[in-house]
Design a protein around this ligand. Structure first.
Ligand SMILES: [Zn+2]
Length: 317
C-alpha cells in the first residue's frame, strides 16, 4: 500500500485527491494543469492519463474529466493519475495544434526541458508524472480543422514485448483500425521508448460539436483498459481491430471550397473520388481520389481550404 504524491497533491490508499501540477519556471500560474489522483484501496498497477495535450481536442478532455469522476478508489486495486487539460493556454485560446505562449506543438516537445520555453517545461512536468505509471494513455481527437470517428495509435518502440503491450491496450478500444507510430522523442508516446511504459493515443471527435459518441469512445475504452490492467473487476472486451500499415494524407492543390464525398471510416477503393475542391463560382478545380484502397480515418471539417492544407487522411489495409 502506498501513498501517491505529485507535488503538493497527496492521496493515501483509498483516496481521490484534486490538485495542480506545478510546471517549473515563470508563467501565468493558471497555466499549471489540474491533476486528479485516484489511489485504490488495494495495491495494483498505476495508469496515467492525459487529455488536452492538444487543448482543442475537447472530446478527449470531457472524457478524461468524466472518467476520473466515475472512479471509486475504495473499489480499486491500483491507481489512476489523470490530467484532463494538459495544455491550458491552447484550451483557452483555441489555437490549432500549437500552444499560443510559444508557438510550439506540445505533442512534438516530449520529453521536454526543465529550463526551456513554456511548452518544453510543460512537457518536462508531464513526463515526471507519466513515469509514475505502468501504462500511459494520451487521449486525443480531431483538432479544430479535423473530424475523427475513432482509432487508436499504439507506440512502436522497437521492443517486441512493449509493442505487444501497447497493442493490447489499443485493442481495449472499440475501433475499426489501429496504427503503430514510432515512439520517438517529440510525441507523448515516446514514454514507451524513453521510460519503458506501454503507451497509446486514442483519437476521436471534432471540437464543434463535442458529441456523446466520441466522448463514450474514450470513456468506454479507458474503463476497458482498467479491467485489462485488473485495477477494477470485470470482463475485458477485446476488439480484433486490424493494424493499418500506412496513413496517407491528401492535400488540396488549390485555394477554394472543400466538398467531401465520403463518410468517416468509409472504405474506399484505389482511384475512388473522396471529394472535390471548387472555386467560389462552384466550378470543380480538382477531384481528389484515393491513391490506394483504404479507410477514411480523418476528414477536413472546414468549408474553406487553402492550397497545401489537409483534406483527408486515408488508412490503408
Ligand atoms: Zn491531438
Amino acid at each position: 500500500m502506498h501513498t501517491i504524491r505529485v507535488g503538493d497533491t497527496v492521496a493515501a490508499p483509498g483516496e481521490k485527491k484534486r490538485g495542480t501540477l506545478q510546471v517549473p519556471g515563470n508563467h501565468d500560474p493558471d497555466y499549471n494543469p489540474k491533476i486528479i489522483i485516484v489511489n485504490g484501496a488495494k495495491a495494483g498497477k498505476t495508469l496515467v492519463i492525459t487529455g488536452g495535450v492538444h487543448g482543442t481536442e475537447f472530446a478527449s478532455i470531457e472524457a478524461v474529466t468524466r472518467f476520473a469522476n466515475m472512479l471509486d478508489p475504495t473499489e480499486m486495486s491500483g491507481s489512476v493519475i489523470a490530467i484532463p487539460v494538459a495544455n491550458v493556454p491552447q484550451f483557452r485560446e483555441r489555437t490549432q495544434f500549437v500552444c499560443p505562449v510559444d508557438g510550439l506543438n506540445l505533442n512534438d516537445s516530449f520529453p521536454g526541458k526543465k529550463d526551456g520555453s513554456f511548452t518544453e517545461r510543460l512537457a518536462y512536468a508531464l513526463f515526471d508524472v507519466i513515469c509514475l505509471g505502468e501504462a500511459y494513455i494520451d487521449c486525443h481527437g480531431g483538432d479544430i480543422n479535423e473530424d475523427i470517428l475513432g482509432f487508436v495509435v499504439a507506440a512502436d518502440s522497437g521492443n517486441p514485448a512493449l509493442n505487444n503491450a501497447s497493442l493490447e491496450l489499443a485493442q481495449c478500444y472499440n475501433t475499426g483500425f489501429i496504427h503503430y507510430f514510432p515512439a520517438e522523442p517529440g510525441l507523448s508516446i515516446s514514454a514507451q521508448k524513453l521510460l519503458g511504459i506501454p503507451s497509446i493515443m486514442p483519437e476521436a471527435g471534432t471540437p464543434f460539436p463535442v458529441t456523446e459518441e466520441s466522448v463514450l469512445f474514450h470513456v468506454e475504452g479507458l474503463m476497458n483498459v482498467l479491467r485489462y490492467l485488473e485495477i477494477i473487476e470485470g470482463e475485458v472486451v477485446r476488439y480484433q481491430s486490424f493494424v493499418s500499415p500506412e496513413r496517407i494524407k491528401l492535400y488540396s492543390s488549390h485555394d477554394g471550397v472543400w466538398e467531401s464525398y465520403v463518410e468517416l471510416n468509409q472504405r474506399v477503393e484505389k482511384d475512388e473520388p473522396v471529394g472535390a475542391v471548387k472555386n467560389p463560382f462552384g466550378d470543380v478545380l480538382e477531384v481528389v481520389k484515393a491513391p490506394e484502397r483504404g479507410i477514411i480515418g480523418m476528414k477536413r471539417c472546414y468549408y474553406s481550404v487553402k492550397n497545401g492544407e489537409m483534406l483527408v487522411v486515408l488508412s490503408t489495409f
